[in-house]
Design a protein around this ligand. Structure first.
Ligand SMILES: [Ca+2]
Ligand SMILES: [Ca+2]
Length: 461
């Protein structure tokens, strides 16, 4: 017994088995156990998620096959079901006795009838959307742009005149509360920066940035043009383009005004440089050019030939373009002796005695369209030395339209210039006159134009 006792005591001196754990030992042990259980929890969660995702894909494939089989029998597709639950799609019970529900009770599959076609979708564990459309399956990331906190999706409805590419669409982005509708979309003042530096637009993949230009803004709203890469025809399926509007990123840097304008339009000049941009314009005649505060002013000299600038190249296809100016002339409607002019191809004024030009223009206080002869119409308003936003729209072979500050002022249907190459220009012919331009751009135009459809609710990140 004594030897056993000694044996038992001896190791206690060197290896203190039953000594209490030190605090550090305890903490290390707890950390290791925590880490191990964390690993186990994460790997269990991963296993559950991948199992659920596999089930979602097989569920959706089964619904797709049943719908296609039902349709192949000559049946009309069932009505849309925004949240697929029992009772939905009872029409296809012969092919799929029980329509499956998402394994996560907080989620649902979505079925949408689109004419004689349909879309199906589910949300995967990582938030991505797994969807069937136009006969194929795809997974679209749900990730936000880096550092962004808010976004809304928006549908743009196609034109009956056909699919459009790189088409500029106008938005009025409001800071404040309101109902998103048409070109008007609202963001909370606490979310969208008052300088709009954090405003971004992406295509339907939620990541590819779209070109845009802010025409004008103050702290309550901004007028914004966004170049949409593709807009389907109204007869296409789907007939809408989806884009995302992002906002809420305090680290965002504003898009440079020139960079945005050049990227968004086929022709653009905001006259921000100190001198005329020789890669965009040719000047001719005798006069003075002044650029101050992002506004160019052309004043007639004494050379006897009109002083003007013309775009160096042709832009757009001629037909189906709109040219926009923010512009003013020193004289108003009733000063007909002053020959200030601006427009599309107003290039040959007075340089050829017989035929002034093939132009769509403002001239001497009237709107003009000129092919082989001249059509003139009166303007409703044109005050001296006052900036107006003017839009000259070449609407195919139908007409040309003239807008002042976004309101249609006149339409001319005769003497329309042919579909030849076009370039913007402006200038002055008579001593004492001048034309000042803040910016000019050319955008695409088709009649009817694509329209704003619905906005989805704000998503946050
Ligand atoms: Ca572009
Ligand atoms: Ca300017």
């Amino acid at each position: 017994m004594a030897s056993m006792f000694q044996k038992k005591v001896y190791p206690m001196k060197c290896i203190p088995f039953n000594r209490a754990f030190t605090l550090i030992e305890l903490l290390v042990t707890i950390a290791i156990v925590g880490l191990l259980s964390g690993f186990i929890f994460v790997s269990m969660l991963n296993a559950i998620n991948s199992g659920n995702d596999a089930r979602r894909k097989s569920d959706l494939a089964a619904i797709e096959k049943a719908l296609l089989a039902y349709q192949a029998e000559g049946n009309t597709l069932p009505a849309s079901c925004n949240t697929l639950t029992a009772g939905c799609l009872s029409e296809i019970s012969a092919y799929l006795p029980s329509v499956p529900d998402d394994p996560d009770l907080s989620k649902s599959y979505v079925y949408t009838k689109v004419g004689s076609d349909f879309t199906l979708s589910g949300t995967l564990s990582n938030g991505n959307t797994y969807s069937y459309a136009s006969g194929g399956w795809s997974e679209v990331t749900n990730a936000f742009l880096a550092n962004y906190h808010y976004r809304k999706s928006h549908l743009i409805a196609g034109s009956s005149a056909g699919a459009q590419t790189n088409y500029q669409v106008k938005f009025i982005v409001h800071r404040g509360t309101g109902t998103d509708s048409g070109q008007d979309v609202y963001m909370d003042t606490a979310k969208l920066d008052s300088t709009y530096k954090d405003l971004r637009f992406t295509s339907s993949d939620k990541t590819t940035l779209l070109d845009y230009w802010i025409e004008t803004s103050d702290s309550s709203s901004a007028t914004v043009w966004v170049e949409i890469p593709t807009i389907p025809a109204s007869t296409d399926n789907p007939s809408t383009a989806t884009i995302y509007i992002y906002y809420g990123n305090s680290s965002a840097v504003a898009i440079d005004r020139d960079t945005g304008g050049d990227a968004t339009f086929s022709f653009f000049d905001d006259f921000n440089a100190a001198s005329l941009n020789a890669s965009k314009w040719d000047a001719s005649g005798t006069g003075t050019t002044t650029i101050t505060g992002s506004v160019i002013t052309l004043a007639y000299g004494s050379g006897g030939a009109n002083y003007k600038i013309l775009g160096k190249s042709s832009y757009g296809t001629g037909y189906n373009t709109a040219t926009l100016f923010k512009i003013k002339t020193l004289h108003g409607l009733n000063s007909v002796a002053h020959d200030e002019f601006f427009g599309i191809d107003p290039g040959n004024y007075y340089s050829v005695a017989a035929i002034p030009s093939y132009s769509v223009a403002y001239r001497r206080g009237k709107w003009e369209s000129y092919d082989t002869a001249q059509a003139l119409t009166n303007m409703s308003v044109w005050a001296a030395n006052t900036f107006y936003k003017v839009e000259m729209i070449r609407n195919g072979t139908t007409n040309v339209m003239y807008k002042i500050n976004d309101t249609l002022d006149a339409t001319i249907t005769t003497n329309l210039p042919g579909n030849t190459s076009r370039t913007p220009g402006f200038g002055d012919y008579v001593a004492g006159g001048s034309v000042s331009c803040d910016w000019v751009l050319i955008r695409k135009y088709i009649s009817p134009e694509p329209t704003h459809s619905t906005y989805a609710a704000e998503e946050s990140n």
